[in-house]
Design a protein around this ligand. Structure first.
Ligand code: PEP
Ligand code: MG
Length: 541
């Protein structure tokens, strides 16, 4: 049994086998082997596993993205079985007595080169596919996996680091938990883990040796326990049972209003990143969606999502919430959320760089497409739209002008839309300091305390080294929150918190006493926060 100390980003216990995920370039060494027959068998086994993985990916893609997009996995599965490809690999193992990894990688390179030099566009395009399947087989031979295909059994994923785009592509039903070496508790990958309600640890030094071993994630102490002995395993199984029971107790709050003892109704909403998160929102009885991080629609794809695709996603969420408020935040990419097809320059300081509303106002064709989709969806529910990273009144005026022109266009064409509120995220110190002016222009404020803390304390939220001094309870932040609530209320704006601080149960009573109107938290945090709201008396000191 081994214990590794890390930092927890979601309290909870996970027990299961580790799957080591390596995305680093695979180094393939040429090694001589004595038992050629055994090496041929290793190759056969890995090849069959590749076919199984590809077929599973095909089925998953078929359900999620349709036949046309799924077809690539079918093609890959056929290529793995291709006679010439197989003959070349086997021949190399036999004639040169080399390891299977080397034979696969070398054959992959040769075939890729051959395809790349063909005249026909179709065959040239197959060059990348051949490389891809060779890498898949080598990865299997190395005992590693790629993030998307987690295999059949649910696992604890161990990785050096996970980007938000990788996390979002995972099959969540196969993920018991994850541990990473890098990352910070306020990164978007950590936020995704909370949304998915998946126990996760950061700061654990992971290695390939962990692959296949039994492990426990202790989300309270922040430890990973590898190869637990019988007693320890039993103890944690018991803890999992207890956690289940307390979750069941919270279930009794479902259907009850989020109202304080003295009668103030609080908007208790949930944060989501995709339509797929809606099941958790309903299961936890959220009173609305306070933050739909729409950028995940862009991160999931290889190209800009169309107006129609976005409209369908927003409409589905609005209809599912059946009249409850759905706050859609417009695109907030940049910083740790990079999207290749945006072709953005590499920046030294991306958190303070070209991101969010700055990109949208600079590339209005992208912004208009999204706003049109949101405004069209407003005909199907209670939608509100929210703008991220605001630093000036002028930005809000520019946005309102674009919104007005889209409405005028819809009026002319008879395209229906509903009434929708417009609000801004207060996540820069500048927005806090001019919140009296911003309040005159919008219907609501939502405090993005993740970024607000980063910019106010000058602490990069991605920097794992500074995680212990990233203090969202800092008096500067609490004073800012009070200022925003007061300035908002003077102009009849409702004020909420959608950053991770909103789910901090030690702060709930304080926020309510400060006058907060809304708390938007990960779906799993809705019922625990509701419990505290219902136990709070705003009239008591
Ligand atoms: C925030 O900054 O607090 C926020 C909610 O936005 P994000 O975490 O997506 O940057
Ligand atoms: Mg933010």
């Amino acid at each position: 049994m081994e214990r590794y100390a890390g930092k927890s980003i979601l309290k909870g216990t996970a027990i299961g086998k580790v799957l080591f995920y390596s995305k680093e370039e695979q180094v393939v060494l040429r090694k001589s082997v004595e038992d050629v027959q055994a090496e041929l068998e290793r190759f056969e086994k890995a090849k069959n596993e590749a076919v199984v993985q590809l077929n599973a990916l095909y089925e998953k893609a078929l359900k999620e993205v349709g036949e046309v997009n799924a077809a690539i996995f079918e093609v890959h599965a056929m290529m793995v079985e291709d006679g010439d490809f197989n003959d070349s690999i086997k021949n190399m193992i036999e004639s040169q007595a080399v390891n299977a990894e080397y034979a696969v990688a070398a054959t992959g390179d040769n075939f890729a080169k051959m395809f790349a030099e063909m005249d026909d566009d179709y065959f040239r395009a197959r060059s990348a596919d051949i490389k891809d399947i060779a890498e898949r087989i080598v990865r299997i031979l190395h005992g590693g996996h790629s993030s998307g295909d987690l295999g059949d059994e649910p696992v604890i994923l161990a990785a050096k680091d996970l980007a938000p785009s990788e996390t979002v592509q995972m099959d969540k039903s196969k993920l018991l938990g994850f541990v990473t070496e890098l990352g910070s508790s306020n990164s978007h990958t950590a936020i995704l883990a909370r949304t998915m309600n998946i126990p996760a640890l950061i700061g654990i030094s992971v290695s390939e040796d962990m692959n296949g071993k039994m492990a426990i994630i202790d989300g309270v102490s922040g430890e990973l326990i590898l190869d637990p002995d019988e007693d320890v395993l039993k103890q944690y199984q018991q803890r999992q049972e207890d956690e289940k029971k307390s979750r069941e107790l919270l279930q009794q709050l479902k259907g009850k209003p989020a109202v304080t003892l003295d009668g103030k109704e609080i908007k208790l909403f949930a944060n989501i990143g995709s339509v797929g998160d809606m099941a958790k929102v309903l299961a936890n009885d959220a009173g609305g969606i306070g933050l739909f991080r729409s950028e995940f629609l862009y991160l999931e794809k290889d190209d800009y999502p169309t107006e129609e695709e976005q409209f369908q996603a927003y409409k589905t969420v609005a209809e599912t919430m059946a009249g409850k408020k759905v706050v859609i935040r417009t695109l907030d990419i940049g910083a740790d959320k990079q999207v290749d097809y945006f072709n953005m320059d590499k920046e030294d300081n991306p958190a303070m760089g070209y991101r969010a509303i700055r990109i949208c106002l600079d590339r209005p064709e992208i912004f208009r497409t999204q706003l049109r989709a949101i405004i069209r969806a407003s005909a199907y529910g209670n939608i509100a739209v929210m703008y991220p990273m605001i630093i000036s009144v002028d930005e809000v005026l520019q946005i309102k002008k674009i919104v007005a022109s889209i409405k005028a266009d819809f009026d002319e064409k008879g395209i229906p839309y509903g009434d929708f509120e417009q609000g801004v995220m207060i996540e820069t110190p500048a927005a806090v300091m001019i919140s009296d002016l911003l309040a005159k222009e919008v219907d609501f404020f939502s405090l993005g305390t993740n970024d607000l803390t980063q910019y106010t304390l000058a602490i990069d939220r991605q920097n794992a080294k500074l995680d212990n001094i990233y203090d969202a309870h800092h008096p500067a932040i609490l004073r800012m929150i009070q200022m925003v609530i007061d300035n908002g209320h003077k102009e009849n704006c409702w004020v909420g918190i959608c950053g991770e601080l909103g789910a901090d149960l030690t702060m709930t009573e304080k926020f309510l006493k400060m006058g907060i109107d809304e708390l938007s938290v990960s779906p799993a945090a809705v019922l625990p926060v509701k419990k505290i709201i219902r136990e709070t008396d705003l009239k008591s000191e």
